[in-house]
Design a binder for this molecule. Structure first.
Ligand code: UDP
Ligand code: MG
Length: 311
């Protein structure tokens, strides 16, 4: 008998929890030779999420939870789940049933067989999503795959089953700026992706705004690529060489045609503004990396639990 640990981050999901367990209970019976353990990670919900979890605990003895002292974000919740999960196989999934539970039996059996270390899922459609979001999301994958050594699968979800070895490897990555999509890829291991069509949320609303997703993308790029630093060095080198040429040109011209030297105010201002812009942009990029270092060196915990309940 093997143990499957299911990690579910929940943030203001009081409405979704009961529906989730109605569905997953049916799936549990379809997985042979396995015993399930649940770790719900309440990410500082302001609604009755914890109350709903406690209700489920009364009828399901394999449901455990960790409740955070405040909202630390989904990434921190996944980390907390991995720390608490004891299973031979570890599953990460959302509570809103956007990660189709009916895929689980096949995913678990693929990892169980030893043929794969990890089975992940990939959305092939993004129906129900605003087109602008889809556009930026595709752009993100294009950019990051150009500039990072880690390969990012377009549409990959966090929904996956891992074996114990891989879960331990993910746990070893203790960085604060956690970008799980990248971490799951970075640790390696034999991973298979199952494609599926996008499903809409069963209840509640997504807590990610467009701005959140933007910040998340920048975090991903900073965590998994230093190419932006290389790009600004190259721009710096090119503008340095151009300015040497300009200086030579100006000096020579001043000697040959002394009177023309007074002209050229517009070009001076243009160059001045351009250089100022490039410098500020570069400073911003460098600053973004420094802020990441700043957060890492403080070595604050990834999350703080106010309550852990293991049955
Ligand atoms: N979530 C979380 N902390 C947050 C935001 C979200 O734990 O700060 C959880 C949420 O309860 C859900 C999962 O992460 O189970 C995915 O969130 P959501 O459905 O809002 O994201 P989307 O499916 O739109 O990517
Ligand atoms: Mg969702």
């Amino acid at each position: 008998m093997k143990t499957v640990s299911i990690i579910v981050p929940v943030y203001n999901e009081a409405e979704a929890i009961a529906v989730y367990f109605d569905t997953i209970n049916k799936v549990e019976n379809k997985v042979p030779k396995c015993h399930f353990e649940y770790w719900l990670i309440d990410d500082g919900s302001a609604d009755n999420t914890v109350g709903e979890i406690k209700k489920i605990q009364k009828v399901k003895p394999n449901v455990n939870y960790v409740s955070f002292s405040r909202n630390f974000g989904k990434e921190a919740a996944l980390y907390a789940g991995l720390e608490h999960a004891t299973g031979d196989f570890v599953v990460v999934m959302d509570v809103d049933l956007q990660d189709p539970p009916e895929l689980l039996p096949q995913m678990i059996s693929d990892v169980y067989s030893g043929q794969w270390d990890c089975v992940g899922t990939r959305r092939t459609t993004r129906s129900g999503e605003p087109p602008i979001r889809t556009f930026f999301s595709n752009l993100f994958y294009k950019v990051i795959n150009k500039i990072s050594n880690t390969h990012f699968v377009n549409g990959a979800r966090d929904f996956r089953v891992m074996n114990r070895t891989m879960a331990n490897a993910v746990l070893k990555i203790t960085e604060r700026n956690r970008f799980s999509k990248g971490i799951f890829e970075w640790v390696g291991f034999k991973t298979k992706y199952i494609p599926y069509e996008n499903v809409e949320r069963v209840a509640g609303n997504t807590s990610w705004s467009f701005l959140d997703l933007m910040k998340y993308s920048i975090e991903g790029i900073v965590s998994f690529s230093t190419v932006p630093l290389l790009i600004i060095s190259i721009i710096g080198a090119i503008s340095f060489m151009l300015s040497i040429l300009m200086i030579l040109f100006i000096v020579v011209r001043a000697f040959l045609m002394p009177r023309t030297a007074i002209n050229g105010w517009p070009s001076t201002i243009s160059i001045f503004l351009l250089m100022g812009g490039i410098q500020l942009l570069s400073l911003g990029v460098v600053g973004r990396y420094i802020s990441s270092i700043f957060l890492e060196v403080k070595r604050r915990p990834v999350y703080i639990a106010r309550e852990v309940s293991k049955q």
